[in-house]
Design a protein around this ligand. Structure first.
Ligand code: PEP
Length: 254
């Protein structure tokens, strides 16, 4: 079975202003100069920058995504952004269920499932995040916790063309810590097998499962080489084009 085309997505979180366009421009330039990169590459900047980035990146290989969306398409939800608005601004994907959203905004897997379904309705790729806390891993609960998050967060119409799963151990995000390669492999195998149970063998094989949590240019090659790792969701190291390129170029033909 052919492996899915990897995705390397940069999550800028609440970082970046209009002057950060130079990083996007520089990354697009690096991508254009290296047609041998065998991966989709995406930046998810703050919502204020999506329209400008999407406009500036027209015709380039660099994709633009959002970091969150509301579950409804419009209405009285001050401060929120719908999936349709993201699509209208030029995004082609949206991250849902990031652990910072689950922790800071109390989002449940049911909320995440509704958001992912809203993303699909607006023809956005839903990047659904799952991951255990440090305590859950220490208690030997990581596989169970992630399995439960996954089944609660996966919407009915999930398929390889509209859904990506990002495994992000909470304790590895922004800490410089990463799980062992064996632990990453075990979790990605587990996620693939859960997906098979829900979506069938063929669809599950095509779904990209990203690893996220302190991916840097120095550890990207070994993490991306783990079986069933189909790319990365990158926070801190995606803010500068040069650092992010150090990760993306793992997928360049040598
Ligand atoms: C993230 O927030 O999705 C993330 C993976 O962050 P970092 O790469 O900084 O650990």
């Amino acid at each position: 079975m052919t492996k899915p085309r990897p995705l390397v997505a940069g999550n800028w979180k609440m970082n970046g202003a209009r002057a950060s366009w130079k990083e996007a421009e520089s990354l697009a330039g690096l991508l254009a100069a290296d047609p041998e990169v065998r991966a989709d590459v995406m930046l998810c900047p703050p919502t204020t920058l999506i329209a400008e980035f999407a406009q500036g990146l027209k015709g380039s290989e660099l994709l633009v995504g959002g970091q969150d969306c509301h579950g409804e398409s419009s209405g009285a939800h001050t401060g929120d952004i719908s999936a349709g608005m993201l699509a209208d601004a030029g995004a082609t994907a949206v991250i849902v269920g990031h652990s910072e959203r689950r922790a800071d905004h109390g989002e449940t897997s049911e909320d995440v499932r509704i958001k992912a379904a809203a993303a699909h309705k607006s023809e956005l790729l839903a990047i659904i995040c799952v991951g255990e806390t440090e305590t859950e891993r220490k208690q030997g609960e990581a596989l169970n916790v992630v399995g439960t998050q996954l089944s609660g967060s996966l919407p009915e119409k999930a398929q390889a063309g509209n859904t990506v799963i990002a495994y992000e151990p909470v304790w590895a995000i922004g800490t410089g810590l990463t799980p062992t390669l064996d632990d990453v492999g075990e979790m990605h195998r587990h996620i693939r097998s859960e997906l098979k149970g829900k979506l069938g063998e063929a669809e599950a094989a095509g779904i990209r499962i990203l690893y996220g949590g302190s991916v840097k240019p120095v550890n990207a090659a070994e993490l991306m080489a783990v079986t069933d790792v189909n790319g990365a969701l990158v926070g801190g190291a995606s803010l500068k084009a040069e650092d992010f390129w150090g990760i993306v170029s793992v997928y360049a033909e040598k």
